[in-house]
Design a protein around this ligand. Sequence first.
Ligand SMILES: Nc1ncnc2c1ncn2[C@@H]1O[C@H](COP(=O)(O)OP(=O)(O)OP(=O)(O)O)[C@@H](O)[C@H]1O
Length: 345
Amino acid sequence: MSRAEPAEPGGRLPEGPALLEVRHAVRRWRDEYGGDAGVAVGLSGGGDSLALTAAAVAEAGPVHALVVDHRLQDGSGEVAARAAERALALGCASARVLAVRVQGAGGLEAAARRARYEALDDARGARPVLLGHTLDDQAETVLLGLSRGSGPRSLAGMRADDPPWGRPLLRVRRAVTARACVELGLQPYQDPHNSSPEFTRVRLRSEALPLLEQILGGGVAPALARTADQLREDGEVLDGLAAELLASAERVDDGTRVLDVEALADAHPAVRRRALRAWLLGQGARALTDRQLRTADDLVGHWRGQGGVAVGGGRPGARLVLSRRRGRLSVGLVSDQQISDQQRG
Ligand SMILES: Nc1ncnc2c1ncn2[C@@H]1O[C@H](COP(=O)(O)OP(=O)(O)OP(=O)(O)O)[C@@H](O)[C@H]1O
């Protein structure tokens, strides 16, 4: 990791309309969620996060820029160092390059994201980290979710306030951040991954969304982002009801946390599944699918003496399983051997 201090304070920013729009968005975020102790900004060197950094210096300073070097491409160190230099020139109080090692399961993109968020979280101190996701990113997330049959939680998209992450630009178009960079006289770094058609998201951005805009007469991205807003509001209400349900159903039996089936039985399945999901994640379940959740819920809603349900997670050779016994749901580790014996028997 390297750290650089500003050579000289940033000068006055130009007052073009695009940069003013980005600044306005950051000011609104700061007024609604931000503290007064400054912020960190996740800076990739791309147009969105460059415009965000400039706006944050003007509206939410002192700003500490954090640039993650994923070390996946030749020359990535120079790209990161250049982004850090630009941050200082824009007036950031500090700029750090965080070199990470990308490894682990789930594909390169997911591993890079995990490593990035971990490094940003480690380096932020107590500050929130602002990210440059725009309305267009939100629209792509929703469209991707819709086409994959994702549930409402995923269609609700990204949140502006998702501590420690802050996303002030979710109502700002990508074209506006690009124009803001022109106004700033900055040429953003173009990540070759962002134009490579092998990535689904890139094709959504460059082919599917423009075609939809053309067929539907425009306004598709803002409409998708609005859908996310509506689902998020509804989802918050359902999450509140699920939390109340959990509070009424959870017990401790012999030092083990369990759920009382009777307390869950009369709840609406949609609320009950949310409650179960939250509880299972708290018990160490990972990456729960809708199918797993529905099968888990059948232990309450369609009980006919069935066996336990694997709920994702566990350790090598053993899986986390939710089972029902004597009117209680509990989670425990069951070995793969036991599971295959049961399936055979
Ligand atoms: N290497 C990185 N270092 C620090 N923050 C990053 C990095 N990559 C992405 N981020 C943060 O996450 C946000 C969204 O990531 P995404 O991959 O969409 O960005 P990008 O397209 O590479 O860059 P930008 O959004 O700045 O144009 C960025 O705007 C930025 O705030």
